[in-house]
Design a protein around this ligand. Structure first.
Ligand SMILES: *Cc1c(COP(=O)(O)O)cnc(C)c1O
Length: 223
């Protein structure tokens, strides 16, 4: 039994306009379908291989099911992942942008993406590591017309330090505002907050929270 309704109710009450992504990594497709039957459409997965094995081909998925890749994408997996997902939330280098652009332009497809920001500076995390690197990627967007930047994604710092979470999320919120205001790019997705820190993320302006454990229960292995 998935705990979707409780999570959804809690978010509705705390932050009514925030979108919920159900992060189904390590959990079976049956659990995804259970959520789908309860009205959930947006799902997040963090490994290419797992999406390939778990989900049917896109044309055979239930109507409106939308799958985003939220884990680090290696450039040698680009060709494999593109037919499997609707959005890539973990774009974190100009080289990856160029690689995606080459594949997408060959298929005449435009893909929604988010830039991932490593705002906590923790070495094991992926994402752009400095503000400058992020802005360089923003400036590169005109060269990659098949990528449609929708916003930013970040993973909060390890541990349960409320102040550290808020520092991290506010910083990413400022980056988001700056890309909109100074670079004139219209963004609509600020993906911040997981099971343990989504309230702080919403306080800092998150528009989309990514919840795994609170919906599906503990993962038996971590990825
Ligand atoms: C696993 C994962 C989540 C969900 O984490 P929970 O703590 O289980 O809610 C969110 N975002 C990313 C990038 C993840 O890898």
């Amino acid at each position: 039994m998935v705990n979707l309704n409780d999570v959804r109710d809690e978010i509705k009450e705390y932050a009514p306009s925030v979108e919920l992504m159900a992060v189904s990594k390590t959990h079976p497709y049956e659990a995804v379908l259970e959520c789908y039957d309860l009205g959930q459409r947006l799902f997040g997965e963090n490994r290419v291989q797992e999406v390939a094995e778990k989900f049917p081909p896109k044309a055979e998925r239930p109507e409106g099911m939308y799958v985003a890749l939220i884990g680090h994408l290696q450039s040698n997996k680009v060709r494999k992942v593109l037919p499997l997902v609707d959005r890539i939330d973990s774009v974190d280098s100009i080289a990856l942008m160029d690689k995606l652009e080459r594949e997408l332009s060959g298929n005449d497809r435009v893909l929604d993406i988010l830039f991932e920001v490593n705002a906590s500076g923790e070495a094991q995390k992926s994402g752009f590591e400095s503000d400058d690197a992020l802005f360089e990627a923003v400036k590169h967007l005109p060269e990659v017309p098949h990528l449609n930047l929708r916003g930013l994604m970040t993973v909060g710092p390890l541990g349960n330090d409320r102040d550290a979470n808020i520092r991290c999320f506010s910083h990413v919120r400022q980056l988001y505002d700056k890309i909109r205001d100074e670079y004139g790019i219209s963004l609509d997705i600020l993906s911040m907050g997981m099971s343990g820190d989504w309230k702080e993320a919403c306080d800092c302006g998150s528009t989309e929270v990514r919840i795994g454990t609170a919906i599906f229960g503990k993962r038996s292995y971590d990825v």
